[in-house]
Ligand binder design. Structure first.
Ligand SMILES: [Ca+2]
Ligand SMILES: [Ca+2]
Ligand SMILES: [Ca+2]
Length: 315
């Protein structure tokens, strides 16, 4: 219990770091009402982001957020989307020279994580979803059982400017949409059905060196900025920045749209909302109201992820 309280205290510290405005009186982090965790007003502190350096080893240079507790069969957090509709969107910035994975044919391959992995919510068996960059172009993987789909953008996002990338999917129809800066880059049909992490899932056991396989520690996590299992040089991580990740339980976009140029506010369909504005510490706070905070695993050379004041929302 003590450690639980310490975590909450750390969370509160991060949330108010750099915030010059008076502490909100209702920001009762220890209160039992979940919504209070989210109630930090969107007024204080600099906007920021996280910079990743593609270290790709030792479970470092990444953020991870738990989607399922392997020790329990209780339902995972709202962030464990995929049973019905989902939208996952975030901002990406980087250079093509730092992320040199070449273009991959969009048909006939399942090797989605041969690109620079931006976000990985797959299990080792392939179930789930992920985003990787091939020649700078975002590719989305959706997998379930032996079935999978690769959805490929035609536009590179790696020009040292911020770009908004969104994927949305219906479990009922299997339809997947991929947007870059609000443009529809691709729409296709993949597997139908529930791609969330089963509540009774056990992590795969075939990670680590072939001669000495280890449990896949990150199987039940959503990982940002890295190929989650450290599979090696053939499966590179992101060298670049990420900001404003929102995960929703609906398909947000019916067609082309203009991406928001400020932080999202949570609504009833928001499963996870990360502003990346903490600026310090090792907690990535969830502003959805669900308190599904992420954990920065900092290390490598240079050490990443690194808090930055860069943001797509700078004036
Ligand atoms: Ca931000
Ligand atoms: Ca579980
Ligand atoms: Ca689950």
């Amino acid at each position: 219990m003590l450690s639980f309280l310490l975590i909450l205290t750390a969370c509160k510290t991060q949330r108010t770091a750099g915030d010059d405005s008076p502490a909100p009186t209702d920001d009762g982090v220890l209160a039992t009402d979940d919504s209070s965790h989210d109630s930090a007003p969107d007024t204080g502190g600099e906007d920021g982001s996280l910079r990743f350096y593609a270290y790709g080893r030792d479970n470092l240079d990444r953020v991870r957020i738990e989607l399922d507790n392997p020790k329990s069969t209780e339902a995972g957090p709202a962030l464990d989307v995929g049973a019905a509709e989902l939208t996952v969107e975030l901002w990406i910035k980087g250079s093509s020279s730092d992320n040199a994975a070449p273009e991959l044919p969009c048909v006939g391959t399942t090797d989605w994580n041969a690109g620079h992995v931006v976000l990985d919510a797959t299990r080792k068996v392939g179930d789930g979803y992920g985003i990787a960059l091939f020649s700078g172009k975002p590719y989305v993987h959706v997998g379930l059982g032996r079935d999978s789909a690769l959805v490929c953008a035609g536009t590179s996002v790696l020009d040292d400017s911020w770009h908004h990338v969104a994927l949305q999917r219906s479990a009922t129809t299997g339809q997947i949409w991929l947007f870059v800066d609000g443009r529809i880059e691709a729409v296709t049909y993949g597997p139908t059905g529930d791609i969330s992490v089963p509540d009774d899932a056990t992590p795969a056991t075939d990670c680590g060196p072939e001669a000495n396989p280890q449990p896949c520690e990150n199987d039940p996590y959503l990982v940002i900025g890295a190929e989650k299992h450290d599979l090696g040089l053939q499966n590179p991580s992101l060298a670049g920045s990420v900001d404003e990740l929102r995960v929703s339980t609906v398909m947000r976009y019916e067609g082309p749209f203009t991406p928001m140029t400020r932080r999202f506010a949570a609504d009833e369909s928001t499963a996870g909302l990360y502003h990346f504005d903490e600026g310090t510490g090792t907690v990535l706070g969830d502003h959805s109201g669900n308190a599904t905070d992420g954990e920065l695993l900092v290390g490598g050379s240079p050490p990443g992820p690194e808090w930055s004041e860069d943001s797509p929302f700078d004036e």
